[in-house]
Design a protein around this ligand. Structure first.
Ligand code: C5P
Length: 237
């Protein structure tokens, strides 16, 4: 956000003006550490946090659980139009979102422009009027800095080497499924990266004005310190 915008922000009497809401956009590929960093940034600034990947996962899961097929566009679009943020508060539903199968299905429905169009308003509304009276919002995903919140005050693109991301995701998924092999998770991540970066609709990419952070050789604490330093340069609260 430029200085004139900040000045206007300080004097703007409307608490709901998008101009007034500091937004931190955190994008990057699967298992790059973006979710952990986004959550920690939200806690640090006392901002609301939205994991936008959960919306695509919810759409995909809703298709599967209503007997539809994720690669059939009408099934996916109908589920996206039914989507309601309240679904994410259902703990049992939220737990089912985290499986490898749901992640894969999410990236299939996420390539469909009409699916993306159906859930864009919910994301922008969250960013511009964060819930629980929070003063700002942190959103993580693939297209936050490029598409959902192009005017975000701070933008990070978090990445890490593919094998490191696969190792992290494998450790996480193994807690639920000990039979899952590292090779399967690696292949899954590579396919998902290719689909997310290669699609025509809002592909995953670093926004021109986003800061790049490679977490491959960093601990969570080191990565968070680096992320905070980058955000602090853009947002001073
Ligand atoms: O981040 P997560 O792995 O939960 O995202 C699941 C899938 O949702 C991604 O692979 C991607 O296809 C899609 N997604 C997206 N745009 C976002 C967030 C997630 O296309 N902003």
């Amino acid at each position: 956000m430029s200085w004139p915008d900040w000045e206007r922000r300080l004097t703007d009497p409307s608490p709901l003006s998008p101009l007034m809401t500091p937004i931190i956009a955190v994008d990057g590929p699967a298992a790059s550490g973006k979710g952990t960093l986004a959550r920690k940034l939200a806690a640090q600034f006392d901002f609301a946090y939205l994991d936008t990947g959960a919306l695509y996962r919810a759409v995909a899961l809703s298709v599967i659980e209503t007997g539809g097929q994720v690669d059939k566009e009408p099934d996916a679009v109908a589920a996206a139009r039914r989507f309601d943020m309240a679904q994410l508060s259902d703990a049992a539903f939220a737990a089912r979102l985290r499986t490898a199968e749901t992640g894969r299905a999410a990236s299939v429905v996420a390539a469909m422009p009409d699916v993306r169009a159906a859930i864009i308003v919910a994301q922008r509304h969250f960013a511009e009027t964060p819930p629980a009276g929070k003063a700002g919002a942190v959103l993580d995903g693939r297209d936050i800095g490029t598409n959902i919140c192009p005017d975000a005050a701070a933008k990070l693109f978090i990445t890490a080497r593919t094998t490191i991301r696969a190792e992290r995701r494998w450790q996480e998924l193994q807690l639920d499924d000990a039979s899952l092999s590292f090779e399967t998770v690696l292949r899954d991540i590579e396919e998902r990266d290719a689909r997310d970066a290669g699609r025509a609709a809002a592909p995953m990419r670093q926004a021109q004005d986003a800061d790049l952070l490679d977490t491959s050789d960093l601990s969570i604490e080191e990565a968070f310190a680096a992320a905070l330093a980058l955000v602090d340069k853009k947002i001073n609260l």
